[in-house]
Design a binder for this molecule. Structure first.
Ligand code: MN
Length: 143
């Protein structure tokens, strides 16, 4: 059953483990979200810039740049910094994860119920990209 706030929203999953990708994709699709997939950090950053998903689920151990580096890049760029990012890892939540600027953390193995709740709450807090609102406000104030 799709949750009422999920229609038309997309979620990008950045994950190199095929089983996790399958599990997370099925979970997200079951909530009514469109699913975008990236198998490494740079593809995740690139897809985020092009598609501006409503939320990103980010693995830490990835080929190439890590999920923490990818999160830092996305949070440093004006056009992507407002996309909520949930970091998922079997590692414990630590200072490096906190300092990445991520909006949420989910330890693996995940609890589906907790994960869905976290995803829905972060998407609901971000009903439209804040950068779009900021651009509109700046245009209004610019005359
Ligand atoms: Mn991984």
């Amino acid at each position: 059953m799709a949750s009422p706030n999920s229609s038309g929203k997309s979620i990008l999953i950045v994950e190199d483990n095929p089983l996790n990708m399958k599990l997370f994709s099925a979970m997200v699709a079951a909530q009514g979200y469109s699913v975008l997939q990236a198998g490494d950090g740079l593809c995740g950053v690139d897809l985020s810039r092009r598609e501006h998903p409503d939320l990103i689920i980010m693995d830490v151990d990835l080929p190439g740049i890590s999920g923490i580096e990818a999160t830092r890049l996305l949070k440093a760029a004006a056009e992507t910094r407002d996309i909520p990012i949930i970091i998922t890892t079997a590692y414990e939540y630590d200072d490096e994860i906190r300092a990445s600027g991520c909006d949420g953390y989910m330890s693996k193995p995940i609890s589906v119920a907790d994960f869905v709740e976290l995803i829905d709450s972060l998407v609901a807090q971000n009903p439209e990209p804040r950068y779009v609102r900021r651009m509109i406000e700046e245009n209004i104030s610019a005359g």
